[in-house]
Design a protein around this ligand. Structure first.
Ligand code: GZL
Length: 312
């Protein structure tokens, strides 16, 4: 009887509703909104109480949110780190408090022992897939590329640039002639593309746009149309995320290719936390999600339909 009682107590403890703090970057893109939607859904399904904080893309707000989660004594913390540096002290404080931290969709420069695991894609590979698509598409033709970078100092902006440059290396006919951050937003993409078009005297000398996310590409498409440039034709458009609206743009012939990034980072994160909380199972330090290229040949209308109700 004693053993049975102990087992029941253990089980009930393990199954006890958890409170998990989520320091989310903001809602700068459709992809980010979908990640938040799916995280809330996953928490609901698993009976987890989610304390949600939107940092409006400011690191200081994320650090403050993590400190408040620690003060509340949450069971675990999810962190989507807006930039890669400046996390050591607050992650040390979480470690001190024995609160496991799981990184979502971006990486930090802090040492690995300051977080339980990181769930995300191979961001360098995403840039390589985008770059390889352009290499395969333009062949030997001269191609002057303009690049819309993600948030300065974020791991996707750094790694997606690296990956694209890896892919075009050795193809001297392809050259990045202008590169600037649009901060992962539609507005940023539109404004920077307007400045690129002005600087280049229109779209004639621009062969392709590489945007680190679809939202900036969508903003840039708007800028090209307003300047009388035909996106997807005069200027090829390749980006990353596979949000519904980029498939809409592909169906309209305004965009050419995107690299898929799943917004479901919370599923693997909660699974890893569940195992760790149950019996101390240490997950791999990096839980990698897949990347897949989609082009106009991949039935964009159907891909739009499949994604349009997922909370983007
Ligand atoms: C990448 C993720 C990026 C998305 C953008 O893993 O951090 O942040 O590609 C979002 O849409 O802003």
């Amino acid at each position: 009887t004693l053993l049975a009682t102990a087992a029941v107590v253990t089980l009930s403890t393990a199954a006890q509703a958890q409170t998990i703090g989520f320091s989310q970057i903001g809602s700068e893109s459709g992809w980010r909104a979908a990640e938040t939607t799916l995280t809330r859904q996953q928490a609901e399904e698993r009976g987890i109480t989610l304390q949600f904080s939107d940092a409006q893309q400011r690191q200081e707000n994320q650090i403050a949110a993590i400190r408040s989660f620690i003060a509340q004594g949450v069971d675990a913390i999810l962190l989507a780190p807006v930039v890669a540096t400046g996390w050591d002290s607050v992650l040390e404080e979480a470690k001190e408090a024995e609160i496991p931290v799981v990184l979502l969709d971006r990486q930090v420069d802090s040492s690995e022992d300051l977080y339980l695991t990181a769930v995300g894609s191979d961001l360098v590979h995403e840039g390589e897939v985008a770059g390889q698509w352009l290499v395969d598409t333009v062949g030997e033709d001269e191609c002057r590329v303009v690049e819309l970078q993600g948030t300065t100092g974020s791991s996707p902006a750094i790694d997606r640039k690296t990956g694209f440059e890896n892919a075009i290396e050795g193809h001297d006919n392809i050259e990045i002639v202008r590169s600037q951050t649009g901060d992962f937003t539609r507005t940023g993409g539109k404004e920077v593309m307007e400045s690129f078009l002005q600087a280049e005297g229109g779209g004639e000398n621009i062969c392709a746009l590489y945007a680190h996310n679809d939202d900036m590409a969508i903003g840039a498409i708007q800028a090209m149309k307003e300047a009388g440039v035909n996106p997807g034709e005069d200027v090829l458009v390749v980006s990353i995320d596979a949000v519904p609206d980029i498939f809409q743009a592909m169906a309209n012939g305004d965009a050419n290719a995107t690299v898929e990034l799943t917004p479901n980072m919370a599923g693997p994160a909660f699974d890893a936390l569940e195992a760790y909380m149950a019996d101390g199972t240490e997950p791999e330090k990096f839980i990698q999600t897949e990347s897949k290229l989609y082009t106009q040949d991949d039935n964009p209308e159907a891909e739009y339909e499949a994604r349009k109700d997922l909370g983007y």
